[in-house]
Design a protein around this ligand. Sequence first.
Ligand code: GLU
Length: 492
Amino acid sequence: MRVRIPSVPYLNRIRALKVRVRLAPSPTGTLHLGTARTALFNWLFAKKEGGTFLLRIEDTDLERSKEEYINNIYDGLRWLGINWDESPTIQSKRVNEHKQIIKTLINKGFAYKCYASEAELEEMRETQKKNGLAPKYDNRHRNLTPEQESEFIKLGREPVIRFKINDQKLISWNDLIRGKMTWSGKDLGGDMVIARRAPANSIGDPLYNLVVVADDSAMKISHVIRGEDHLANTAKQILLYEALDLTIPVFAHTPLILNSEGKKLSKRDGVTSISEFKKMGYTSEAMANYMTLLGWSVPEGINERFNITEVSEIFSFKKVNKASAKFDWDKLNWLNSQVIHEMSPETLLGNLDPLFKRNGWHLPSHEWGLNLVSLIGPSMVLINDGVDQAKPFFEEPELNNDGKKQLEIKEAPIILKFILEKLANTDAASFSQEKALDLINQASKSCEVKKGLVMKSLRAALFGTLNGPDLIQSWVLLSRFSKDRARISRLI
Ligand code: GLU
């Protein structure tokens, strides 16, 4: 049989269909919730389409970019289970390519040097303001004559490089989330700066829109998925793609994340960085689950509690809302409690034991630890709640007001004395729930008080409070260190 070898154009088409997406964080801060959500949508889409998810570190702002932030971004993504393909592209290493592209744009007449000083530009904006106009560069140096240019150079002026934007041009694209988008060239602020000021015979630092187009193109990005705060940038970038005759990727702009007051979620809202959520005791699974819900609507028949691998099989931008998403702590807490409640005692102990050790708390045995987490797990919302709830098992508790009042009841010392005496004849290692219950019944009978009073007094004596998990089970755990005797005897 003859094998048909596909023609090259056919192969190119297949390659063109291959989904390649990227996250392009600037390492000027820790991994932000919004960036992580963008990462997640990119990752889900890549998984669904059998594509590739790439990372690009946009570190061209060398002063504000820090190695520690790059590591924080990597760690945060890994923690969330968002793994990337290939090694990350480091944007600052590509500066020569960026400058080369700027030269091409100048040579082809798409870009030019603008010598306007900061003071002149400020004056221009002031005049616009006075006349009720939006600030916009008036393209004053677009058509300088060679004589005018050499005059500016003689004056020692350092130019920026601007890319020409045609005011009459309408820029359109089919956004995967927002549908048909159209932007008018006149609303893009005039000819755009693509390189910072530098001596006239050189090219200054290339700027965001230019480098993003250069890099997305070099990385063969098929779909650019990012926050809706980049809509105007997309319009500008499309103009650059056209000028450079490069393939324009498909765009998808994800909705903003708002706080409870409907304002864009910012540092002022307290926790916004992924490492902070982790520190507070949120699980990676609940975070990834919740972030997916920040914009994506669950298709009918699918539970809101899911893991991202399941969603990656059904993810589509059709279910991503245009409307902004409101951050809802209650929902995140609910999801986190669900994740914790689903954990096996082994897993929960695996999460908590390092935190216990950090406090100098050591488990008397692994089994004891498993019993402890089984007891406290059902009321935990955050992993860190487990530390608070385990504390009275390791450290002497303080007596709170309710506990104090309980112990002031005149029968309380009599009950506790009775129990202490009985405990003296009991072997701590074999103390069991049956024995604990039996002791409570005996105390109730012998001291002629209700069982409830015995239990409350005992809880106050052992744990300093009237609230907490099952008393009998808690008592048995505590007895393992003979702490129950010590705590009762200090009170009588
Ligand atoms: N570095 C940009 C940011 O963090 C990337 C935007 C983009 O995805 O193009 O917002």
